[in-house]
Write a protein that binds this ligand. Sequence first.
Ligand code: ZN
Length: 327
Amino acid sequence: MNSATATPAASRVDVLVREVGPRDGLQSIKPTMPTGAKNRWIAALAASGLRTIEAGSFVSPKLLPQMADAADTVKQARTIPGLTVAALAPNLRGAQDAAAAGAHELVIPVSASNEHSLANVRMTTEQAVAEVKKICAWRDTLPAGSRPVVGIAISTSFGCSLSGPVSEDRVVALAVQLAAGGADTVHLADTVGYANPVQVKRLTARVKRELGDKLGAGHFHNTRGQGLANAVAALEAGVTTLDSSLGGLGGCPYAPGATGNIVTEDLVFLLESMGLRTGIDLGKLVAARALVAEALPGEPLYGHFADAGLPKGFTYAGDRTRPGGIT
Ligand code: ZN
């Protein structure tokens, strides 16, 4: 890991929870959150103990006006001590803009489904892979201490709403090709919420066998209510990083009732209950929902933990034993 990404960790965690709400959540809803509210929200998320936050997406503001201020939110997030700031970029230009704004980590989407790739980034899968090679070549020209981590998210790894089932062999081959082409890490994304736990465990284990430590996050959407089950299956297959969104913010602007990413609060509770340390304070996390509700009136927030609260006698995993807080 290079010095730009070697942010100090207060204590060891067993599972890294990557908050993607300010990117994946906000880009999937119609209203635009004002920049000041995004910055307050990101600060509150970091204060709860989240160590990596996707702060924006460097795409054309014509396509995603919700992300037009991505450079501002990334710059602001970079001022938070200890936080790893990630940003999505679909191409070299976006990657360069994200790095210029200070992103430690880039997330480049490459869709396993050619149809989804064309619809999402207007490139075939093959063209998107070629773009990743360009991005990695550019990264290698940067001074060693200022190279962003290049992570590739294989979208529609578990199925595609345009073309249906996606071949697991194709996903594995793509992951191997991307890692060989210079990607630092490869994330497996269930972009449309089609995955089931058996499938997740099988495919993730295959990619883990091929990529080892280059296997990145499991990225699950709760579209059909399978998200947390899929997250556990990914853990069993060797994943140690999981993406989630506060309040499950997101969905699809054209599909009323469609939920977004798995809910960060519920995921953190699940992990801590299972004895896996996250370093995240559930009370502070739930409090951060109020900022989202205030900035996006009427936008649904999901999840069960925020309503139900901590069970009697709950203790955090590991050395954090004070109910409702982190010692
Ligand atoms: Zn997503």
